[in-house]
Design a protein around this ligand. Structure first.
Ligand code: HEM
Length: 375
């Protein structure tokens, strides 16, 4: 409220007001390419290239490269080309999450993170990409060390991440090769056979895109489900509605996204020009972090912002960011959370939180419990 734009000692500009974040997300003077940082800030953001000099994923690029790769993925992922892709997945999602929940339903105590929320998104993305059922456990085993090394990794975690990345990359390229000759109705088959206007997705671009889909949609979705369950346990009246009102899950998840966003701070931007915001100037070549969580609770734009209210008529949260990098997986993330939380509400008998608040992951960027034990 008092200093909506401020400069950290390390030169990063931090922006916290709804209107400013919204405008910046649509401002072409903001770049996602870390090569636009001044050299003194080079270590402030992770390098765009993956391990082994892998091509930058399109989330870390600007137009025109960003747009070409994003369009190629959109052709396989959603409307208007494949409006059926996610809808067709709904029964499968319900079955996968129901199986995970039934394994814990009879136990005296269970961890919702380890046993439900964490394995669920990997199973979903494996299915979408077309990883055969018999490979999905091995595939999930590679994803774990990659996701675990995202925030403040130890040297051992980095080593495990690099080993897993190498094996995963080898597997993906080999699977893509198989799908070229024996395509199925899955995304990898689409990427390697579809001669759309931008051509096929191949080589380094294919690999970095597949890994982006895995990583961008993992911990974010885990956090949405676990932050969601925690919030529902703290609001038993809303939990009860989830059991009885079939369409309540849609607006409830939207409000959860606003009230307990998975991505608290989005640090991946650089100014390519000086940008004036009110009486502050964000300097060219400096890193910018936008506080999505703060924008979501900005009383100037969101009435009664600190109240969890799934019935609010207009929910304009920033949790999937905005502009050209608006979360590509948003429809899938929404569906996963709607299904997981509805199934949890239906299948768990008198669940109780063992610890409130639960322990959180040590990340200022992605916010969510590291464990969520229920009895
Ligand atoms: C981008 C949030 C789930 C794929 C983003 C961005 C945010 C975000 C804030 C913008 C990043 C930026 O501007 O630099 C979330 C949240 C999720 C979620 C909160 C779950 C609750 C998913 C899922 C997938 C996915 C399930 C895919 C399977 C992507 C991709 C991008 C992206 C590919 C990059 C888009 C681009 O650069 O054009 N997400 N995400 N996300 N997300 Fe998500």
């Amino acid at each position: 409220r008092t200093r909506p734009v401020w400069a950290e000692e390390d030169g990063t500009f931090v922006v916290s007001r709804y209107r400013d974040i919204y405008a910046l997300m649509h401002d072409p003077r903001l770049s996602s390419d870390p090569n636009n940082l001044l050299p003194e800030f080079a270590d402030k953001l992770p390098p765009a290239e993956g391990p082994g000099g892998m091509a930058p994923a399109f989330i870390r690029t600007d137009p025109p490269r960003h747009d070409v790769l994003r369009r190629t993925v959109m052709r396989q992922f959603g409307p208007p080309h494949r409006p059926d892709r996610i809808d067709k997945l709904t029964p499968k999602l319900s079955a996968v999450v129901a199986e995970l929940i039934d394994k814990i339903a009879g136990k005296p105590e269970a961890d919702l993170v380890d046993e439900v929320a964490y394995p669920f998104p990997v199973a979903v993305i494996s299915e979408l990409l077309g990883v055969p059922a018999e490979d999905q456990a091995t595939f999930g085993g590679w994803v774990d060390p990659i996701v675990n090394a995202l925030t403040r990794p130890t040297p051992e975690q980095l080593q495990e991440r690099n080993d897993a990345m190498q094996q995963l990359s080898h597997y993906m390229l080999e699977l893509a090769q198989r799908r070229r000759t024996q395509p199925g109705d899955d995304m990898i088959s689409g990427f390697v056979t579809d001669d759309g206007p931008d051509g096929r997705l191949e080589g380094g671009d294919l690999l970095s895109t597949l890994i982006l889909l895995l990583i961008a949609g993992h911990e974010t979705t885990v956090n949405l489900i676990t932050n969601g369950w925690l919030t529902l346990q703290r609001h038993p009246d809303q939990l009860q509605r989830l059991r009885t009102e079939p369409r309540f899950a849609i607006r409830m998840v939207e409000e959860l996204l606003r009230y307990e966003p998975s991505v608290h701070i989005l640090p991946l931007r650089t100014a390519v020009d000086d940008i004036e915001i009110g009486d502050a100037t964000v300097r060219k070549g400096h890193p910018i972090a936008v506080m999505l969580a703060s924008g979501n609770r900005d009383a100037e734009c969101i009435p009664d912002a600190d109240r969890f209210d799934p019935d609010r008529p207009d929910n304009v949260h920033l949790s999937f960011a905005g502009g050209i990098h608006y979360c590509l997986g948003a429809p899938l993330a929404r569906l996963e959370a709607q299904i997981a939380l509805t199934q949890l509400a239906k299948r768990l008998q008198n669940p109780r939180l063992v610890a409130d608040p639960p322990p959180y992951r040590p990340s200022p960027i992605l916010r969510g419990p590291i464990h969520l034990r229920i009895a």
